[in-house]
Write a new protein. Sequence first.
Length: 103
Amino acid sequence: MFYEEGTHYYCTDNKPNYELAWRHFKEAYNIGDPNAENEFKEARFKLGQYHQYGYGGQPININLAISNYEKAAIDKHIESMNALGSLYFNEIKDYDQAAEWFR
């Protein structure tokens, strides 16, 4: 998060370093504990954001974004549920699916 926010001491001029943030989110997911209350789900959510918006040099890939969001949402990660609702509403125009995720 410090890299993403630009507050890590390696970030020059307090600018975000999305590439390093991506690397650490991916590592947190890969070595994280799926039974952990929030950290694992948060890393999965962040991977979804990076795929959705192309942060950190990642190519935009809506399918990977959905996959990451869904896996976190199934574990009751509320931000992922909201992200899915917004994505289905704004990007895919599947309003029934959007409503399900918002509910």
